[in-house]
Design a protein around this ligand. Structure first.
Ligand SMILES: Nc1ncnc2c1ncn2[C@@H]1O[C@H](COP(=O)(O)OP(=O)(O)OP(=O)(O)O)[C@@H](O)[C@H]1O
Ligand SMILES: [K+]
Ligand SMILES: [Mg+2]
Length: 675
C-alpha cells in the first residue's frame, strides 16, 4: 500500500522556527511551568547581576552567565523542536479542512446548497463521486469508495457502507465512486479534523500522571539542593572560607536535574507524535502512556480477528426439506437485511436460482432487522414468520411458536461451526428448514502479532457474539489466550469491569456502535476509523488505518515513552552526582588544601573545573534531544528485564560519562584560555 507523504515544513525552516520559539519560551509565564529550568534562568540573571556588581572576575562571571543562559535555551529548544513536528502535521491537516459547499436535503427531499459551516448534527447531505464529504457523519443510504488520504495519508480507497460497522465518513475526504446520503454528526468547529489539529498542536496537551509525579520529584530535589547550597556560605564561614556567589550558583545548577528537566516536555510530546506517525489519533498523551502498561486486550472476532466480510458459501437443507424452499426462505429473510451477511445470503440464493416469490407482497411485509441482542433477523409476511439467526436464538424462537429444532440441524450447525464458519439457522414459522454457512477469513499475520503481545506480557481475549464452536475454532487458529462466545454488548462491558476490578489495565478494540460502552469503559479504547461515530466518540484513540492489531504499535509506543523517560531520568541523576565530585574540590581547594585529595580528576584549575562542568551540563541537553524524540530502543521483554538493562546502561553510563567529558573539556579550555 502506498503511503502518501503528508506535506511538512522543510527541516531547516522547522529548526529555525524552533530556535525562535526557544527564545519566546524564556518569558516568565512559560518558564515557571518548568521549575528546574526556572531556577537556572533565575541563576543566570543572578550571576549576571553579581558579575556587574564586581563579585566575580568579568571573564569568569560572564562565561558562567552565558553558559547558564544556553542551558535554559537548550531546554526550551528541546520542547520547541518536539512541538514543531506536530505543527507541520497540523498544517497539512488544516489544508484538508476546506470551506466546502454541501448539498443538504430537507424533509421533503429537496436539495439546497449551503456552506458546510452551517451544517448541524442530524442534517442529511448528498455526496457523489468526485465530491468532498462536507462534514463528519454516518452514511444513511448507499455505499461508496472513499479516498481518506487527506486525513490518514493512506491513498488506497476504502469502502464505506450504510448499515454496517463501516459507515463512518470524515469531512474533507473524497468520494471516489457512487453516491451516498450522509447524516451529519459533528457540530461545526468540532469535527474530527478540528480535534486532530488541536491535539497535534499540543494546545490541550495534558501531562500524564507519571509525568506529573516525576515533575513533582524534580521540583522537590531542586528545592532540597537549593537549601543545601544556600547553607554552604555559613559552613564556609565556620572554616574561614568565603564562598563566591557565582560559584554557588554554578554548583547548584550542576546538582539540580537540568538534563531531565529540559527534556521532560519533549519526551511527552514526542510520544503523541509517534502515535500520530503510526496513524493513531490519541485523545490525550495519557492514553498513549497508559497503553504502555496494558495487561489484557479484548477484541471482537468479526472484522477484528477476521476480515469481517462474512459471506454465505453454502445452504444445507434438512432431510425432507426441499433445498429450493430453504433458499427461498433465506432470500426472503435477507432481502431487507443491509448487513454484509444479509447481502451475501441474497446473492448466493439468487445464484442458486431462488427468486422473490409471487406471493411476496411488499405492502404486507414487515422486516425485522438484525440486532446483536436478538442475534436474528427476518421478515413477517402476514401470518408467515421467517427468521434466520444463531442456532440458540432460532431454537428459542421456534420453541416459543411451539416447534422444535431437529437434532439434524443442531448436528449440521455444529459441523459448520467446528470448521470455523458461522452457521445461521433458517426457520419458517415453527419449522427449522436448514443451515446457511457463513465463511470468514482470519487476517494474515494475526497469530504472530498475538505472539508478540504475549511476549510483552499482554493477555488477549476474543469476545464474540458468535457461537462457542466457531469461537473456539477461530480462537485456536488465531492464537488468542482466551475467548468468550455468545457475548452480548453488555457481556463485553461486564468482562472489562471484572478485569479492572482485579486490578488489571484493559484495552479494547472495536468498531461497532454496540462496542461503544465497552470502548468507553476500557482504560484504552481503540476505535477503528472506519467504525461508527458512537464507537469513535467512546474510545480514547482512533486508528486511522482501521487496523485492530495497531494496538500493538500503541503499546510499544507507550512502553517506549515510559522507558525513555525512566532512562533519561536515571542518566540525568547519575550525571549530577558525578558533576558534584568534579566541582566540589574546586570550590574549596584553595582555602582547604586537604580538599586536594578529593580532586581525583586533576582538572587544571578551579575556574576551568567549574566552567567544564557547566558546559557539559548545558550541551548534554541538545545532544540528548534526538534520543528524547526518537525514544530509547525497545525490544519486547518483561518490565524487570528492561529496568535492569536500563539501569546498567543509563545509570552507569550517566556516572562515568561526565568524568571523561569534563576532563576533555577542561583540557581544551586550559589550552585555549590558559585557565
Ligand atoms: N444479518 C444477520 N441476520 C441474522 N443473524 C445474524 C446476522 N448477522 C449475524 N447473525 C448472527 O448473530 C450472531 C451474533 O452476531 P454479532 O454481530 O453480535 O457478533 P459477531 O459478529 O458474530 O461477533 P463479533 O462480536 O466478534 O463481531 C452471529 O454469530 C450470527 O449467528
Ligand atoms: K544538572
Ligand atoms: Mg459483529
Amino acid at each position: 500500500m502506498q503511503r502518501a507523504e503528508r506535506p511538512a515544513e522543510s527541516a531547516g525552516q522547522g529548526l529555525r522556527a524552533a530556535l525562535a520559539a526557544a527564545f519566546v519560551k524564556l518569558s516568565p509565564q512559560h518558564i515557571i511551568k518548568n521549575p528546574v529550568m526556572a531556577v537556572v534562568w533565575a541563576g543566570t540573571l543572578a550571576t549576571g547581576a553579581a558579575t556587574l556588581a564586581g563579585l566575580a572576575s568579568p571573564g569568569f562571571g560572564w562565561a558562567v552567565t552565558g553558559i547558564l543562559f544556553f542551558t535554559v535555551l537548550f531546554g526550551n529548544y528541546a520542547e520547541a523542536v518536539a512541538e514543531s513536528r506536530g505543527r507541520g502535521q497540523a498544517a497539512s491537516l488544516r489544508r484538508a479542512r476546506k470551506d466546502l459547499m454541501a448539498r443538504r436535503i430537507d424533509a421533503q427531499g429537496h436539495e439546497e446548497s449551503v456552506p458546510a459551516a452551517e451544517l448541524r448534527p442530524g442534517d442529511l447531505v448528498l455526496v457523489e463521486a468526485g465530491q468532498l464529504v462536507p462534514a463528519d457523519g454516518e452514511i444513511e443510504q448507499g455505499l461508496a469508495t472513499i479516498n481518506e488520504a487527506a486525513v490518514t495519508g493512506e491513498s488506497a480507497p476504502v469502502l464505506r457502507e450504510a448499515g454496517t460497522d463501516r459507515s463512518g465518513v470524515i469531512g474533507g475526504t473524497q468520494v471516489l465512486s457512487d453516491r451516498i446520503v450522509v447524516r451529519v454528526t459533528a457540530e461545526p468547529g468540532h469535527s474530527f479534523l478540528d480535534r486532530m489539529i488541536a491535539l497535534v498542536e499540543g494546545s490541550n496537551r495534558q501531562k500524564t500522571p507519571n509525568e506529573i509525579a516525576l515533575g513533582i520529584l524534580l521540583m522537590v530535589m531542586t528545592l532540597t539542593f537549593a537549601i543545601v547550597v544556600a547553607t554552604l556560605p555559613f559552613i564556609g564561614g565556620f572554616v574561614g572560607v568565603e564562598v563566591n556567589l557565582v560559584l554557588l550558583i554554578a554548583l547548584l545548577v550542576c546538582l539540580i536535574p537540568t538534563t531531565i528537566g529540559g527534556l521532560l516536555p519533549a519526551i511527552g510530546i514526542a510520544g503523541m507524535n509517534r502515535a500520530l506517525q503510526a496513524n493513531v489519533l490519541a485523545k490525550s498523551g495519557k492514553a498513549v502512556e497508559v497503553a504502555g502498561d496494558v495487561d489484557v486486550l479484548l477484541l471482537d472476532k468479526t472484522g477484528t480477528i477476521t476480515h469481517g466480510d462474512r459471506q454465505a458459501t453454502a445452504f444445507h437443507a434438512m432431510p425432507g426439506v426441499d433445498g429450493a424452499l430453504l433458499r427461498q426462505a433465506a432470500l426472503l429473510a435477507s432481502l431487507a437485511d443491509p448487513t454484509p451477511e444479509g447481502k451475501s445470503v441474497v446473492r448466493l440464493a439468487r445464484e442458486k436460482g431462488a427468486q422473490e416469490a409471487q406471493d411476496m407482497d411488499p405492502q404486507g411485509a414487515r422486516f425485522v432487522p438484525f440486532s446483536a441482542q436478538t442475534r436474528m433477523s427476518g421478515v413477517d409476511l402476514g401470518e408467515r414468520v421467517i427468521r434466520k439467526g444463531a442456532l440458540a436464538a432460532i431454537a428459542a424462537h421456534v420453541q416459543s411458536l411451539g416447534g422444535q429444532v431437529p437434532a439434524e440441524i443442531e448436528a449440521r450447525a455444529a459441523q459448520v461451526a467446528r470448521s470455523g464458519a458461522t452457521p445461521l439457522v433458517v426457520s419458517d414459522g415453527r419449522q427449522a428448514l436448514g443451515v446457511i454457512e457463513l465463511s470468514d477469513v482470519i487476517k494474515h499475520g494475526i497469530r504472530e502479532r498475538f505472539a508478540r503481545l504475549r511476549g510483552m506480557g499482554i493477555k488477549t481475549v476474543m469476545i464474540t457474539g458468535d457461537n462457542k464452536l466457531t469461537a473456539a475454532h477461530i480462537a485456536a487458529e488465531a492464537g488468542v489466550d482466551d475467548y468468550i462466545a455468545e457475548a452480548r454488548p453488555e457481556d463485553k462491558l461486564a468482562r472489562i469491569r471484572a478485569e479492572q476490578a482485579e486490578g488489571r489495565l484493559v484495552a479494547m478494540v472495536g468498531d461497532g456502535t454496540n462496542d461503544a460502552p465497552a470502548l468507553a469503559q476500557a482504560d484504552i479504547g481503540l476505535a477503528m476509523n472506519s467504525g461508527t461515530q458512537a464507537a469513535k466518540e467512546a474510545g480514547n484513540m482512533v486508528d486511522l488505518d482501521s487496523d485492530p492489531t495497531k494496538l500493538l504499535a500503541v503499546v510499544e509506543i507507550g512502553k517506549q515513552q515510559l522507558i525513555t523517560r525512566g532512562a533519561l531520568t536515571t542518566f540525568s541523576l547519575a550525571n549530577d552526582v558525578s558533576k558534584y565530585f568534579a566541582i566540589l574540590p574546586a570550590l574549596f581547594a584553595v582555602a582547604i588544601p586537604q580538599m586536594a585529595a578529593l580532586n581525583v580528576m586533576q582538572l587544571s584549575s578551579p575556574s576551568s573545573a567549574v566552567l567544564s562542568a557547566l558546559i557539559f551540563n548545558a550541551v548534554i541537553i541538545p545532544l540528548l534531544i534526538p534520543l528524547a524524540l526518537r525514544g530509547v530502543r525497545f525490544k519486547p521483554a518483561s518490565a524487570t528485564e528492561l529496568l535492569r538493562n536500563n539501569m546498567l546502561v543509563y545509570g552507569l553510563g550517566g556516572l562515568v560519562l561526565p568524568f571523561i567529558a569534563i576532563k576533555l573539556i577542561d583540557i581544551v579550555l586550559s589550552a585555549l584560555f590558559s585557565l
